[in-house]
Design a protein around this ligand. Structure first.
Ligand SMILES: N[C@@H](CCC(=O)N[C@@H](CS)C(=O)NCC(=O)O)C(=O)O
Length: 101
């Protein structure tokens, strides 16, 4: 499997950078959003939503911190990136925290 996470230092993609490192998957590329690199044709071909983070997994695009975290959690057996939930209240609380990100 090939994975590349596009991120910008100091931006909300820090959430997914931490998760990638936590999972031992050090596969990221820096995008300089201050200089507008996210608007270049090269990056728009990767992520037409003009944002970071963007994860490319086996050539397919996944965006949004929350969705990327759920995906990264699924890649590592026994991952503790996301909590185990005991009931529907705690499951909803988990999604509440995740979406707050
Ligand atoms: N809801 C998105 C937010 C993504 C987002 O707004 N990223 C900002 C950096 S924090 C960005 O790429 N901004 C560049 C731009 O809007 O041109 C997520 O959680 O992934």
């Amino acid at each position: 499997m090939s994975l590349i996470l596009y991120y910008a230092p100091g931006a909300c993609s820090g959430v997914t950078i931490n998760a990638v490192e936590e999972q031992g998957l050090n596969v990221y590329k820096k995008i300089d959003i201050a200089s507008g690199e996210q608007k270049t044709e090269e990056y728009l071909n990767i992520n037409p939503y003009v944002k970071v983070p963007a994860l490319i997994t086996d050539g397919k695009l996944l965006t949004e911190n929350s969705a990327i975290l759920i995906y990264l959690n699924s890649l590592v057996a026994g991952s503790k990136l996301l909590p185990k939930v005991e009931d529907s209240y705690h499951e909803s609380l988990f999604y509440s925290d995740l979406m707050w990100l």
